[in-house]
Design a protein around this ligand. Structure first.
Ligand SMILES: [Zn+2]
Ligand SMILES: [Zn+2]
Length: 471
């Protein structure tokens, strides 16, 4: 059964080509809140059609061409340049018509054979083999996981990044192409990201002359810290790169729509661990020792409270303890204790200030208690902060799919190691709609997470448009 045809205004999607099963046909928790009709672009299939190509062309003309004849409204480009873009997009559509089933097949192959962070050897080899087959020259990282591949002219280039790792989660989608590895699954959609970037590579290889050089970054180990992005940067992935772009699946957004946001789109999450020790003693004589439980209590309430008075609340900074332990007996002051939690922020400047501030406050709270401590502060990833110009480039690329494809998106409280690339060069991440429009909006990192596979072709269109429309 397909749930997709009913939701499409154009009714031209052809689920056989998209290959969707029944996974999306279950109840919804809150789709009414965001259950808008799918965009015109949502009706596309990976297989493509004349109708779709026309939709792309008309979308471009109505959106990209400006009110003054001969120039593009967004880019101010001459119509000759616009003609090149349109020709490139036609070549991409032709590639999608011929290889849309491959795109889905790759995603299903990767989905069925998930690999954990830093063990993505099979996935890396799979991607490498297809790139080589297309006449490209990928460079694997020495570890055998993760690869880089350049296309187009030498010199300054745009980077497009996909992550490839799976999660240590048992899958419960019931799909015929579900994970064959017990306890491991692609519940974050990285199988889709990898397939989209592979499709983008092969489609761009068909286009021929590109207006700008492209670097494809197939990254390993996004789900762990320290993330694979750090290895990629160390391997030179951002050398000669002017801007970097990425997509991430968003199950809150309908397929065919892509969400952008200028500024922070994810958050930073650091870990605070406090290990305390005291000589211990009898609870009748706290004045003769250091009262460790009392000291922990002051930090439990004092650190989150004082942070909230030191940091601008508009930065969405929040400190929450997740675990505490100390003592056993009601009448003995314990000798050791442990307290651990996370501190998150949506603001890059605040992130850089957090560690010294936490250290200063903890020291100030514990000094009068006489309890000794060790503070282990582990910095996570910085927030992904989308550069304005790069976000505008994404918007232009998304509008190439049709007038309804562009959406805004809220900042997420989660982290993404794409931010490490943005410490090197400007760029942007966008949210790729993968919800079918019906049924539950499954969250990522859930064992039942799945995507509407029409999102794969939409992803290829956006990524290729970024290159074809590059300024
Ligand atoms: Zn994830
Ligand atoms: Zn992810």
């Amino acid at each position: 059964m397909s749930t997709i045809g009913r939701s499409s205004p154009a009714g031209r999607e052809g689920d056989a080509a998209a290959g969707r099963g029944d996974d999306a046909a279950t109840g919804s928790e809150d789709d009414s809140a965001t259950g808008s009709r799918p965009s015109a672009a949502a009706g596309r299939t990976a297989g493509g059609s004349g109708l779709q190509s026309k939709a792309v062309a008309s979308g471009l003309q109505s959106k990209a061409l400006g009110p003054e004849a001969g120039t593009c409204r967004h880019t101010g480009l001459a119509t000759g340049r616009q003609a090149e873009i349109t020709a490139g997009q036609a070549a991409v559509e032709a590639w999608l018509s011929e290889h849309g089933d491959d795109l889905i097949g790759w995603r299903r192959h990767i989905h069925a054979n998930p690999e954990l962070s830093r063990a993505e050897h099979g996935t890396t080899e799979f991607v490498e083999s297809w790139l080589v087959k297309a006449g490209l020259e990928p460079r694997k990282l020495p570890t055998g996981t993760g690869l880089i591949c350049d296309i187009g002219p030498a010199g300054p280039r745009l980077a497009l990044r996909a992550d490839m790792d799976a999660l240590p989660l048992q899958e419960y989608t019931g799909q015929p192409f579900a994970s064959t590895v017990p306890g491991v699954s692609h519940a974050c959609g990285h199988d889709a990201h990898t397939s989209i970037l592979l499709g983008t590579a092969l489609a761009l290889a068909e286009v021929g002359d590109l207006p700008v050089g492209v670097r494809l970054v197939f990254q390993h180990a996004e789900e762990v810290m320290p993330g694979g992005a750090i290895d990629m940067v160390a391997a030179g992935a951002m050398d000669d790169v002017t801007r970097v772009f990425a997509l991430h699946c968003d199950p809150r957004l309908e397929v065919g729509r892509i969400g952008v946001r200028v500024g922070a789109i994810t958050s930073a999450a650091d870990t605070v661990e406090l290990v305390l020790d005291s000589p211990g003693g009898h609870t009748s004589r706290p004045h003769l020792t250091s009262d460790l439980v009392y000291a922990i209590g002051t930090v439990i309430t004092g650190l989150p409270g004082l942070l909230s008075r030191r940091i601008d609340p508009r930065t969405s900074t929040v400190m929450v303890w997740g675990a505490v332990s100390a003592g056993k007996a009601p009448n003995a002051i314990p000798q050791t204790g442990m307290l651990t939690g996370t501190v998150r922020t949506g603001d890059h400047t605040t992130w850089s200030l957090l560690e010294p501030m936490v250290r200063e406050i903890v020291d100030g709270l514990l000094a009068p208690t006489g309890v000794r401590y060790q503070l282990n502060y582990k910095r996570g990833v910085p927030p992904v902060v989308n550069d304005e110009f790069s976000t505008r480039m994404f918007e232009d690329a998304i509008l190439g799919l049709g007038p309804d494809a562009l959406s805004d998106t809220p900042q997420s409280g989660g982290g993404e190691d794409f931010s490490w690339y943005l410490e090197e060069v400007p760029g942007a991440m966008a949210r790729l709609g993968v919800w079918s429009g019906e049924g539950p909006q499954l969250d990522i990192h859930q064992p039942t997470f799945d995507i509407d596979e029409r999102a794969l072709a939409a992803g290829v269109r956006v990524m290729t448009n970024l290159v074809l429309q590059a300024r």
